[in-house]
Design a protein around this ligand. Structure first.
Ligand SMILES: O=c1ccn([C@@H]2O[C@H](COP(=O)(O)OP(=O)(O)O[C@H]3O[C@H](CO)[C@@H](O)[C@H](O)[C@H]3O)[C@@H](O)[C@H]2O)c(=O)[nH]1
Ligand SMILES: O=C(O)[C@H](O)COP(=O)(O)O
Length: 332
């Protein structure tokens, strides 16, 4: 492990009780938003929002708001999230004057225009093994240490070959892109970051002032980009990591992970200054059996958004997002 950073900046979720965090929040006088980016997560998003709402909004005044960024869903994600107590925004409706990209990073970048928190915690919407300590854990270092600006969650990552959790086929082999792309890239380019146990974890929290100052990859490169940029601009001591136990989520097919890996490598190349990629790249993959000679070609967006803090205000009131589905504050 990298000298003292690991000892100084590695904690466990159980280091803080909810009551301690509420007190720390009051003392620091900061507001906290939980933002959940979600694309077609009707199966899980309602349960996740409802549990967090019960424990950390109603049960304790830790979160000022729970926002679900509905990322081009075609299922009932928005309805289920709103019903469970979240404020829901359609990503495409936020700041329409700057256009719309598909992708997770876009949803997170646009959340900066609708969330009010000085601290923003992010959590994925496809979790199947988790609990609300995921949220309290990633908030712990930010609420108790002014020098920390970014907190990454880490955990054992389950991989279930059948696509279900808790079956006999479950192993600890999850995190395929993490192991095969993120970690090797870090080893080669930014070895100090190698002590970050889950560089791609979707459960992380950040000070708004930092996130607003960073460029944001619109797709799955967002976690990697924010981690590397924080390190390059603020140094290792601005980063902390918190043990959250075990996590299981819905797995993507291998070919989709190939696309994710390409997005990460584009982010890494840009930060290392070794290439000037265009906004999109062609990825060619191949079928199996009779289809093995036929390419499946995808144009993959590797676009990045500029730092949100540098964006000019919307041109007029008409550019403001329409009211959210459950009464978001009007930020126009
Ligand atoms: O266009 C998209 C795609 C995904 N999501 C949401 O983003 C979250 C994570 O997406 P998922 O497809 O489950 O990603 P993973 O396969 O889990 O990828 C891992 O690695 C990614 C790359 O670092 C991270 O973004 C993820 O958080 C992390 O869990 C989920 O809530 C999705 O609904 C969107 O909001 N918009
Ligand atoms: O972080 C990763 O490597 C990707 O989310 C893939 O995770 P999985 O191998 O557990 O599906």
């Amino acid at each position: 492990m990298s000298g003292g950073w690991f000892e100084r900046r590695t904690r466990a979720w159980s280091d803080w009780t909810v009551e301690q965090l509420v007190k720390a929040k009051q003392q620091a006088d900061v507001s906290v938003s939980l933002v959940i980016p979600a694309r077609d997560e009707a199966a899980t998003v309602g349960g996740i929002v409802s549990r967090v709402h019960t424990d950390l909004v109603v049960g304790a005044p830790l979160l000022d708001e729970i926002i679900v960024m509905d990322s081009d869903s075609s299922d009932a994600t928005a309805e289920r999230a709103a019903h469970a107590g979240a404020t829901v925004h359609r990503v495409a409706d936020v700041r329409p004057d700057v256009g719309h990209h598909r992708g997770k990073g876009e949803a997170m970048w646009k959340s900066l225009f609708v969330a009010s928190g000085e601290i923003i915690a992010f959590m994925d919407a496809d979790l199947v093994e988790w609990d609300t300590h995921f949220v309290t854990g990633i908030l712990g270092p930010l609420l108790t240490d002014r020098d920390v600006a970014l907190v990454k969650g880490f955990y054992d990552r389950l991989l279930d070959q059948s696509g279900q959790v808790h079956t006999a086929g479950t192993t600890y082999e999850g995190g395929r892109v993490t192991e095969l792309v993120a970690r090797p890239t870090i080893a080669l380019r930014w070895p100090e970051l190698a002590s970050v146990i889950q560089p791609l974890s979707g459960e992380w929290a950040v000070r708004r002032s930092l996130f607003e100052a960073l460029p944001v990859p619109t797709g799955y490169g967002v976690e990697f980009g924010v981690l590397v940029d924080t390190y390059l601009r603020a140094g290792m001591d601005a980063i902390a990591q918190v043990d959250l136990g075990r996590r299981a989520h819905r797995h993507q097919p291998l070919r989709d992970l190939g696309a994710m890996a390409t997005e990460l490598l584009a982010v890494a190349d840009r930060r290392a200054g070794v290439s000037t990629h265009p906004e999109a790249v062609e990825v060619r993959q191949f079928g199996t059996g009779e289809q093995r000679r036929y390419p499946i070609t995808t144009m993959l967006s590797i676009a990045e958004r500029p730092p949100a803090g540098r964006l000019a205000a919307p041109p007029s009131q008409t550019s403001c997002p329409p009211p959210a589905q459950s009464g978001a504050p009007d930020r126009c």
